[in-house]
Design a protein around this ligand. Structure first.
Ligand SMILES: Cc1cc2nc3c(=O)[nH]c(=O)nc-3n(C[C@H](O)[C@H](O)[C@H](O)COP(=O)(O)OP(=O)(O)OC[C@H]3O[C@@H](n4cnc5c(N)ncnc54)[C@H](O)[C@@H]3O)c2cc1C
Length: 317
């Protein structure tokens, strides 16, 4: 018994060890967060969205973004939510905008309307063909996201974020071509990249390393998606080229009818992923909220992100 406990102590002291809960030292800054919402289809889901926005608002995110439905299908709803966030909350909204299926004049008009409404941040994307067909640029449209970024910059001095893919975009000719494309978007005037979600922290860290080696200096903010429904996440991940590790599946085995436990597991997995990234110097995270605040709020809390009005920090005993 004595020998095995000292072996355990030896292992604990020399590592590798499973990370312990992060102890934010006095003066250490909590990470900066941003949140993504989507425009819902029904009145009931819209109320859920506003509950989510109000719950997360006190965490003072750097910005919150609102997606643009496939093929521009939520144009009016995205605009309505973004402008309402601007008018009724303390949050800074970012409107997603895509190239697919629209002429330049249409997209330019949407961008001008945003600028006139006081919206200054756009997440500029190519978008996908609704239903999943092969992408072809609209005749007279912006062909790729880099073209959209340049077009937006001609309209007004927007703050522009773009997408990046740690697991490589499924239609990219190669890893290098995808990173070259990211560089084109940033060179065209974007100031940050937000990544698609990924499950292995190492995937993001290696991607970051490749981007830096390619001369990309802009922030590449990791996109974090807490997964509560494994089967759904696995199906969606297959369509956007994100490998799902076997360990994630194992964590959800036997929990199909146990939503409460799935939520707890999801919070632990996402918090752990973020803490590994934090330990490697990453201090900004973008959360895919799916319009549900609880997990994101809990993970933010673990990371030391507290409501602006709360006591600044826990007093050490
Ligand atoms: C953070 C984030 C937010 C998103 N929000 C939305 C949203 O609100 N609405 C929505 O519909 N979708 C959204 N998406 C999904 C996105 O639209 C798809 O992933 C789309 O397939 C690619 O968009 P992109 O802006 O990355 O495209 P691009 O940067 O244009 O790249 C698309 C592909 O084309 C390649 N490529 C680029 N330029 C060229 C060129 N000149 N010649 C040949 N190949 C080229 C790239 O390597 C890549 O494979 C989002 C994705 C992320 C990561």
């Amino acid at each position: 018994m004595v020998a095995s406990s000292s072996a355990a102590l030896e292992r604990w002291l020399t590592g590798p060890r499973f990370a312990s809960l992060p102890a934010r030292g006095a003066g250490e800054k909590a990470p900066a967060l941003s949140f993504e919402f989507f425009p819902p289809r029904t009145e009931a889901l819209e109320q859920q969205l506003w509950h989510c926005i109000r719950r997360l608002e006190p965490l003072s995110p750097r910005f919150v973004s609102v997606t643009y439905g496939a093929g521009g299908s939520t144009q009016a709803r995205t605009h309505a939510i973004v402008t309402r966030i601007l008018a009724e909350t303390t949050l800074i909204p970012a409107a997603h905008l895509t190239c697919v299926g629209a002429a330049r004049a249409e997209i330019d008009a949407i961008a001008r309307a945003y600028w006139q409404a006081g919206v200054r941040h756009i997440v500029a994307l190519r978008g996908d063909v609704p239903g999943g067909g092969a992408y072809a640029p609209h005749p007279g449209g912006y062909a790729f996201a880099a073209d959209l970024v340049a077009g937006l910059k001609r309209i007004a001095d927007f703050e522009i974020s773009v997408a990046a893919y740690p697991d490589v975009h499924p239609q990219a000719a190669s890893v290098e071509a995808d990173i070259d494309n990211l560089k084109r978007k940033l060179d065209a005037g974007a100031v940050r990249a937000i990544t698609n979600y990924f499950f292995e922290a190492e995937t993001y860290l290696r991607f970051l390393e490749r981007c830096r080696a390619r001369g990309i200096t802009a922030p590449i903010v990791p996109g974090i998606m807490p997964v509560t429904n494994f089967a759904q996440a696995a199906r969606f991940s297959a369509t956007c080229g994100v490998p799902v590790p076997a360990w994630l599946g194992h964590l959800f085995v036997g929990l199909d009818d146990d939503q409460d436990t799935r939520k707890l597991v999801a919070a632990v997995v996402a918090a752990e992923q973020v803490r590994v990234l934090q330990a490697n110097g990453i201090d900004e995270f973008h959360f895919y909220t799916l319009n549900r605040p609880d997990l994101v709020y809990a993970i933010g809390h673990i990371l030391g992100v507290r409501p602006a009005t709360a006591v600044a920090d826990v007093v050490q005993p």
